[in-house]
Unconditional design. Structure first.
Length: 379
């Protein structure tokens, strides 16, 4: 079956991304899932390669292997620069793939390093679309304008920073010196000076995460409630496409996220029947598409269910005064068991709260003392 999906080759400058996410967002190990989902909404990822000295990233290596990412080893070289070796290897491989695989329409380059700007320019000269991916605090100001599209990792649905983003001065320069310093082992002094131990710091608040049961159900395709998977994917497609989202395209995007998905596992004989069921429940709306049997899928225009969910959030925040974001979802579930922001097309509770702020229902302020957002209802 011929489709108009983009064919994407993904190249990750992994040291830049992983250490940028760790230092700038407190995310460690690097969560590849949001990147995979964002690209799955844009097309088929036909190649995935990540470049690093993997002796520094044991946990990450296992996670990436499960995500079917090919790991390219760039070992530490005595008297040489691993930075230059990784940059050159990645650039050469990308250009080689562009010549050898003309069917690849898009290259996704995961890095914040401005050294890759010439690679981006060359790929675009070859009529390839280029998507950049980087952590905002460690991305050179020269790189995003060179790309057709740039995705800041911090803003991807599903990324939950554990601390406020750090903005470095001189972002226009390469961030590799920061990375090199972070990878340099620290040798303790032989006789450390005797100091009075500092009082233990209070434990940091637990990050807001989606209910593990919800996450497992969505990923494995065994959840009886399939609405969250459909709405999350539909919301992602609507964010970066201009035209209507047809049922066939929605089904392909879902399969790219979860190749095991089968509507029969949810009790439906076909994907159209599943969508009609969701329409009767007010989850989506269907309209006549460009082809018979391939309807257009959209969110309901009245948005009554969304409004009820946002009012519930505002009511709970009003009752609690000025609560932290962490733990607020559990408070909402005490009022409405089974609440999940995924049913309304949001990939994370943080995104749901930001949507309520955009509707002028609540205000969110970062609290450095607690390391979390505090919410309050607008007067």
């Amino acid at each position: 079956m011929i489709t108009d999906d983009e064919r994407i080759a993904l190249f990750l400058d992994y040291e830049n991304l992983a250490i940028g996410a760790r230092d700038g967002l407190g995310v460690s190990p690097f969560d590849f899932g949001p990147v995979a989902d964002a690209l799955a909404e844009r097309g088929r990822v036909v190649a995935r390669r990540a470049y690093a000295d993997w002796s520094y990233f044991d946990d990450d290596r296992r996670l990436l292997a499960r995500a079917q990412v090919e790991l390219i080893e760039i070992p530490q070289r005595v008297g040489g620069s691993r930075k230059n070796a990784a940059d050159i290897k990645m650039a050469v491989d990308a250009i080689e793939l562009a010549y050898e695989r003309p069917f690849i329409t898009t290259f996704a380059i995961g890095t914040g390093d401005s050294d890759f700007t010439p690679l981006v320019h060359k790929l675009r000269e070859m009529d390839k679309r280029v998507i950049g991916i980087g952590v905002q605090s460690s991305t050179s100001a020269l790189l995003p304008p060179a790309c057709d599209e740039f995705l800041f990792y911090d803003r991807l649905p599903g990324v939950e920073p554990t601390r406020a983003p750090v903005v470095r001065k001189g972002r226009g320069r390469s961030v590799r010196p920061v990375i090199a310093a972070a990878l340099t082992p620290v040798v303790p002094a032989v006789e450390p000076p005797l100091v009075t131990p500092a009082p233990p710091e209070p434990p940091a608040p637990e990050p807001v995460v989606d209910d593990p049961q919800d996450e497992e159900q969505v990923e494995t395709g065994t959840d009886r409630e399939v609405g969250p998977l459909v709405t999350r994917t539909l919301a992602g497609l609507q964010r970066h496409t201009d035209g209507p989202v047809l049922a066939s395209r929605l089904k392909r995007a879902i399969l790219r996220k979860d190749p095991t998905f089968d509507e029969a596992d949810h009790g439906f004989r076909g994907f159209g029947e599943l969508l009609r069921n969701l329409q009767t429940r007010g989850v989506v709306e269907l309209a006549q598409g460009s082809a018979q049997g391939d309807p257009e899928v959209m969110f309901p225009e009245n948005g009554s269910a969304d409004d009820d969910a946002f009012r519930l959030l505002a009511d709970v925040v009003s009752e609690l005064g000025s609560p932290q974001l962490s733990g607020l979802k559990d408070k909402i579930r005490k009022r409405q068991p089974g609440f999940s922001e995924k049913r309304f097309g949001f990939n994370s509770f943080l995104s749901f709260a930001k949507a309520a702020r955009a509707r002028d229902l609540i205000e969110m302020e970062w609290d450095d003392d607690s390391g979390d957002y505090r919410l309050h209802v607008l007067d």
